[in-house]
Design a protein around this ligand. Structure first.
Ligand code: FAD
Ligand code: MLT
Ligand code: ZN
Length: 466
């Protein structure tokens, strides 16, 4: 270890305590490889501050020595954004894990960035409330992480994305200064929306230490429908009919026959119907009336466009398990790290997009296995490509994004850009847009120390793809 690093480590130990500066290779492993196994980084140390003051002192010490910092929450990100570049430190928010207050009347939670989504929802439920963001990684994904990625998740169709829930932040800037935009009001219109700017900033603008977020009222009861359908139009029509009958759509997901079969063969999930269907839609609904009766009426009116259907009162975890196990089962089933693309297309183009995508992949990359699923009512399809030879991953990504662009879509619906999609950002943003983003980056982080290899296409790519 160089003298410079030894001095840095001593300084960091003096700030957070010896136990919270991790340098041994084995313990560091889980912080330097991403959830998908596709991105492997390298760090000088993992530092785990316990307070905002400690975060500020750690960041100031790194700023002085020009040491890059990668913020990390639960490390469940799917685009390689939380993985450090050589010479960086990982600043883990794991110890910023206390819930400060819940205001049950204003419906606001104030909590540390390291609090998990499940902890926030649990705390809200004790007051008869619900956290508005939910995703299968809920037990590990942190509030800092969902803000930094502007996560979507399964309730986005109902409550909007993470940015829509965010009221305030406390965050440490690249020189150690603390920004506190902490006003527990839903109406506060004084100048630029800095919390909104940090939402989706992927650790490149500041380290979020606390968040102030909205809570929602849970529906009194829900019904969960799992229907087998032959076309995406049938799924969209079912969702539309539910809304037109006054039902509230709490979640609306799509799966394919190959995806459901894969989940059933790589987990204890059971196939929902006697006969497979080309597509499966899972829709959770609520209403102020007799939800079940209305749902049954709609299903019977839609019988000619459905192969089969099950209705269960929420939470219907067994039905949800089929959907939520996709990510893990797909990872387990692939012989190489999965190429995970997360795209959105306008609803009227979804059907032609899926057909074009499936036929292009079958014709041009016959050795790979695509599995599609996603939050279809938001236009969001997760394109997972299994068994991709490493050398082919860029060509496949190029091809998928070309089809997305032809259908007026987005190359990142909810996971962000990270390392994985940095090379394609020009497909999602114009040169002027990118110039403004770079100017914002250099205004907030002039030394380019916060996650320098993520999101914007300036910096070097020091981490390696496995
Ligand atoms: P990390 O992975 O630790 O970090 C993600 C990014 O945020 C990195 O760029 C990191 O530098 C930055 N960051 C983290 N904390 C901070 C902080 N305090 N300050 C500044 N920057 C920070 N995503 C969805 O959008 N919708 C889904 O439905 C969804 N489902 C998932 C299901 C599974 C099984 C898995 C494994 C992942 C899923 N994800 C989903 C992806 C992931 O869970 C989200 O991106 C989540 O928001 C990441 O949170 P995290 O705490 O793990 O962040
Ligand atoms: C999901 O919706 O389950 C996630 O975004 C995870 C994934 O895309 O694998
Ligand atoms: Zn998703």
């Amino acid at each position: 270890m160089g003298t410079q690093n030894a001095v840095l480590l001593n300084c960091l130990r003096a700030i957070v305590g010896d136990a919270h500066v991790i340098t041994d290779a084995i313990t560091m492993q889980s912080y330097t490889i991403d959830w998908t196994g596709r991105w492997q980084g390298e760090a000088v140390a993992v530092v785990r501050p316990g307070t905002t003051d400690e975060v500020s002192a750690v960041v100031a010490a790194c700023h002085e020595r020009r040491i890059p910092i990668t913020a990390q929450g639960g490390n469940t990100g799917l685009v390689g954004g939380a993985i450090p570049s050589a010479g960086s430190i990982v600043l883990s928010t794991q110890r910023l894990n206390s819930i400060d207050t819940i205001d049950p009347v204003g419906r606001i939670i104030a909590a540390g960035a390291g609090v998990t989504v499940a902890m926030a929802d649990d705390a809200a439920s004790k007051h008869g409330l619900q956290f508005g963001i939910d995703l299968a990684s809920r037990d590990s994904a942190t509030l800092g992480g969902i803000v930094a990625t502007n996560a979507g998740g399964v309730r986005m169709v109902r409550h909007g994305n993470t940015r829509a829930q965010l009221l305030g932040v406390e965050a440490v800037l690249s020189d150690g200064a603390v920004l506190s935009r902490w006003i527990p009001l839903v109406k506060d219109n004084v100048g630029y929306d800095l919390p909104g700017l940090l939402a989706g900033s992927e650790g490149t603008l500041a380290i979020i230490t606390k968040v102030l977020m909205k809570l929602t009222t849970p529906p009194p009861e829900t019904q969960v429908v799992l229907a087998g359908v032959s076309t995406i139009e049938a799924a969209l029509n079912l969702c539309d009919r539910m809304r037109r009958h006054g039902l509230t759509v709490e979640a609306a997901e799509i799966m394919t026959t190959d995806g459901v079969a894969l989940v059933c063969s790589h987990s204890d999930a059971r196939h929902p119907f006697g006969q497979p269907s080309p597509l499966y839609t899972l829709i959770e609904i609520s209403s102020s009336g007799d939800t079940e009766a209305t749902v049954l009426e709609i299903l019977s009116a839609s019988a000619d466009t459905m192969d089969d259907a099950i209705v269960e009162p929420g939470p219907a975890r067994k039905l949800w398990q089929i959907r939520e196990s996709h990510t893990e089962c797909i990872s387990r089933a692939s012989s190489t790290p999965v190429v995970k693309l997360d795209v959105a297309v306008p609803l009227p183009e979804m059907s032609t997009f899926i057909t074009a995508l499936e036929s292009a992949l079958a014709a041009e990359f016959s050795e790979v296995t695509p599995i599609l699923f996603g939050h279809f009512a938001d236009g969001n399809i997760h394109v997972n490509i299994l068994n991709v030879p490493t050398a082919a991953s860029n060509a496949i990504t190029d091809r998928v994004f070309e089809i997305v662009a032809a259908h007026h879509g987005s190359i990142s619906a909810e996971h962000g850009i990270g390392r994985a999609k940095k090379s394609w950002i020009t497909l999602g943003r114009s040169p002027v847009d990118i110039r403004i983003m770079k100017q914002i980056k250099s205004a907030l982080d002039p030394r380019c120390l916060l996650n320098p290899d993520v999101l914007l296409p300036t910096a070097s790519a020091e981490s390696t793809q496995t």
